[in-house]
Write a new protein. Structure first.
Length: 351
């Protein structure tokens, strides 16, 4: 077991505690439902333990449906992604986890590099584009999200919008941009910036944003709220938050803008890995197949406003198709060094 990685992940969980969902061990029980045979994954029975960094509100309904359709008893431990990755490392060969469901690819990459994941079958891997899974076949994305610059359409003309995140450091945007340095998705973005441009350039950007009076918020939701009020004019967020606001108010005066081939338009994933300690590999493979089925992928598109990642499953009409986003080419497994990102944020004086 890699003790250093464990203490790093615990540190990440502590420093980002505002993001953590309280840990909750539970066994889902639900009445059987009736579904057409085409929607069913082969019944496996048995038992499956999932450590989920995705919260119960987002994926609980899918897991309940899978349990009812297959007869598999599912036990879920919900908590912050970093906390759960740290727990698996600390538990070592005694970990009860069969599947790790990570909110981001960095945590999946950390477990892979600690040799705590298993090779996935090729028939599963080929369901998702190679950009959104481990090059070594150790984890796979099941839903995606893009970084965007959201802007207030009443305050900013489309022809003013920046082509890169570096333009945000220019004088014209002084005090007009919102960001959330303590937020996990922002920290994943900074990690991507480090991977694509190096630590020196990433530090330069952070310091320039700080000096340009970027407005600090706690998370993506508060940035969108501030955009709607006109308190700021641009905000660095994930794509799916805007859909939630527009569902409540179709006239919400905010829209998406994507930068060109830099970390500002990176695509991250929530994904799954089978742990090296599982004794229920058949059930684990069955669940992953279920999460990548067209029905489950459409659930992510329609209910959580994320991108489906299984080949051939379209995103919702409200989303810019993934193939139209000029995202940087990143091995998402390399987003595991959040320790270095936290250090850089502290060095820049924004954390």
């Amino acid at each position: 077991m890699k003790r250093r990685k464990f203490f790093f992940l615990v540190g990440v969980a502590t420093l980002t505690s505002s993001l953590a969902v309280a840990c909750n061990n539970r066994s889902i029980t639900t009445a059987p439902t009736t579904s057409s045979p085409a929607t069913l994954v082969a019944a496996t029975g048995g038992e499956l333990t999932i450590y989920s960094g995705r919260n119960e509100e987002l994926i609980g309904p899918l897991l309940e449906k899978y349990e009812a359709e297959t007869g598999t008893t599912i036990n879920v431990r919900y908590a912050d992604t970093a906390e759960l990755a740290a727990a698996i490392l600390e538990e070592g060969p005694n970990s009860p986890a069969d599947i790790f469901f990570g909110q981001d690819a960095g945590a999946l990459g950390a477990l892979q590099k600690a040799n705590r994941t298993r090779q996935l079958p090729e028939e599963i891997l080929k369901k998702v584009d190679s950009r959104f899974r481990s090059p070594e076949g150790q984890w796979i994305g099941v839903s995606g999200r893009a970084r965007v610059i959201d802007y207030n359409t009443e305050l900013v003309n489309e022809n003013e919008l920046p082509d890169s995140i570096w333009e945000l450091t220019e004088e014209q945007w002084r005090g007009r941009v919102g960001w959330a340095p303590t937020n996990g998705s922002f920290q994943a973005f900074v990690t991507a910036l480090r991977v694509t441009e190096g630590d020196d350039r990433a530090l330069q950007w952070l310091e320039a944003m700080r000096d340009n009076d970027a407005q600090v918020y706690s998370n993506n939701t508060t940035i969108l709220e501030a955009l709607g009020r006109g308190e700021i004019e641009l905000g660095l967020v994930n794509n799916y938050y805007l859909n939630r606001f527009q569902a409540e108010d179709p006239n919400f005066p905010v829209d998406h803008h994507y930068t060109e081939n830099d970390a500002g338009s990176m695509i991250n994933v929530a994904g799954v890995a089978i742990t090296d300690t599982t004794e229920h590999e058949e059930q684990a493979i069955s669940l992953i197949n279920y999460l990548l089925s067209p029905e489950s992928q459409q659930y992510f598109a329609q209910e959580t406003n994320e991108y489906p990642l299984a080949t051939g499953v379209p995103s919702s009409e409200e989303q810019v198709p993934l193939e139209q986003i000029d995202a940087p080419d990143i091995d998402l497994s390399n987003l595991d060094d959040l320790e270095g990102t936290l250090s850089l944020l502290q060095q820049a004086g924004v954390l």
